[in-house]
Design a protein around this ligand. Structure first.
Ligand code: FES
Length: 103
């Protein structure tokens, strides 16, 4: 079993919103899609934009720089100019926190 780290307090990340989580020198964006949480790399594989500053539309995360989009449920790239998928991280919730498995 991997190492889970606290990403947020429960209810801190509202439905349709995101939060940047920095842990172990890595930037991860935590997304709330209709009450289900997903976590993916925060850095766009195209030219390094911070995806937490983009737009979350359902399960689609849009890069703020050049408009690439990704599916936060799988990390799959959906539209160019990015061509590499994002790493996804397992998420779990406890009574009071949202946690991400980072290794
Ligand atoms: S940096 Fe994300 S699409 Fe260019």
């Amino acid at each position: 079993m991997g190492k889970f780290v606290k990403a947020a307090d429960i209810d801190e990340v509202k439905s349709g919103s995101m939060k940047l989580v920095e842990t172990d020198g890595r930037e991860i964006v935590l997304c709330n899609v209709d009450g289900t949480y997903y976590a993916v790399d925060n850095i766009c594989p195209h030219l390094g934009a911070p995806l937490c500053e983009g737009d979350l539309d359902g399960t689609d995360l849009w890069c703020p720089f050049h408009g690439a989009s990704f599916d936060v449920t799988s990390g799959e790239v959906l539209s160019p100019p990015a061509y590499e998928n994002l790493t996804c991280f397992p998420v779990r919730t406890t009574d009071s926190t949202i946690e991400i498995e980072v290794e």
